[in-house]
Design a protein around this ligand. Structure first.
Ligand SMILES: NC(=O)c1ccc[n+]([C@@H]2O[C@H](COP(=O)([O-])OP(=O)(O)OC[C@H]3O[C@@H](n4cnc5c(N)ncnc54)[C@H](OP(=O)(O)O)[C@@H]3O)[C@@H](O)[C@H]2O)c1
Length: 226
């Protein structure tokens, strides 16, 4: 599977304010670029907090054929309503990855509009079955070969930790958000041992106050940074 990501960040690396409300950081040109990328994918993946902020289906404007499937990761589907616009269009495909803690009653609320896939808990200490790898395997079995990860920082970490992202698209915008609790491009536990993910700059484009950056992975990405 080819996996790419696309997020807009503030100058200080944040993707939203601490209250995690939906906040488009980029200009209309950034949103246009977002649709260019969305047209190239079979599926768009988001964390549940991003869905709780956005509530709508992520479409690819101008895409020929079917819209990309929308994929959501959530442990228990709490704080998500089946009445949101995200769930209203019967013609689009939704897959919700959940864990075994979701109650059957809660799951049933979403089964009419979405496919639910239950993830196995990763085997502790063995490094086996990380969530992002399970997601990729399940999507491949469903014919998805290009996946666009649109954040937020929580799910970005799931994929970055496993070095699964081939291409990072990052729009650097001229805002400062600040705040230690504001989500960033990649959150989660973070690397601790000094093994950081090193990427290769593959593209820079400046349009007025924004920089459109593309970074690509290289083999053996995890490198010791001293
Ligand atoms: N600037 C941008 O381009 C951009 C792009 C996307 C999002 N955003 C913003 O970013 C904010 C959200 O980012 P975030 O980092 O707080 O959250 P997030 O990554 O969108 O979602 C995190 C949630 O995803 C679920 N999740 C993640 N990993 C999981 C796993 N391994 N197993 C089960 N569930 C898992 C959990 O949902 P449950 O809590 O349901 O268990 C978790 O709380 C929002 O404000 C959004 O508007 C900005």
């Amino acid at each position: 599977m080819y996996i790419f990501s696309n997020l807009a960040i503030s100058l200080d690396g944040k993707i939203a304010t601490p209250n995690r409300k939906h906040l488009p950081l980029g200009t209309p040109l950034d949103r246009k670029q977002m649709h260019v990328l969305r047209r190239k994918t079979d599926a768009i993946l988001m964390g549940a907090t991003s869905l709780r902020a956005f509530r709508r289906f992520c479409r690819a404007d101008g895409k020929k054929g079917s819209q990309p499937a929308n994929i959501i990761l959530s442990s228990r589907l709490e704080g998500i309503s089946p009445r949101w616009p995200f769930f209203q269009d019967a013609s689009v495909r939704r897959i919700l990855f959940v864990t075994s803690v979701v109650t059957p009653a809660r799951a049933r609320q979403f089964e009419k509009t979405s496919e639910l896939v239950t993830l196995r808990p990763p085997r502790k200490g063995s490094g086996k079955d990380p969530i992002a790898l399970q997601v990729v395997r399940e999507l491949e079995m469903r014919g998805i070969s290009r996946l666009l990860v649109e954040g937020g920082g929580g799910v970005m970490w799931d994929f970055v930790e496993q070095d699964l992202i081939d291409e990072f698209h990052v729009t650097l915008t001229p805002w400062i958000i600040g705040g230690k609790d504001s989500p960033t491009l990649v959150d989660g536990a973070g690397f601790t041992s000094g093994d950081l993910l090193k990427l290769q700059l593959a593209g820079v484009r400046r349009v007025r106050d924004e920089l459109y950056l593309v970074y690509r992975r290289r083999r053996g990405n995890l490198q010791r940074k001293r």
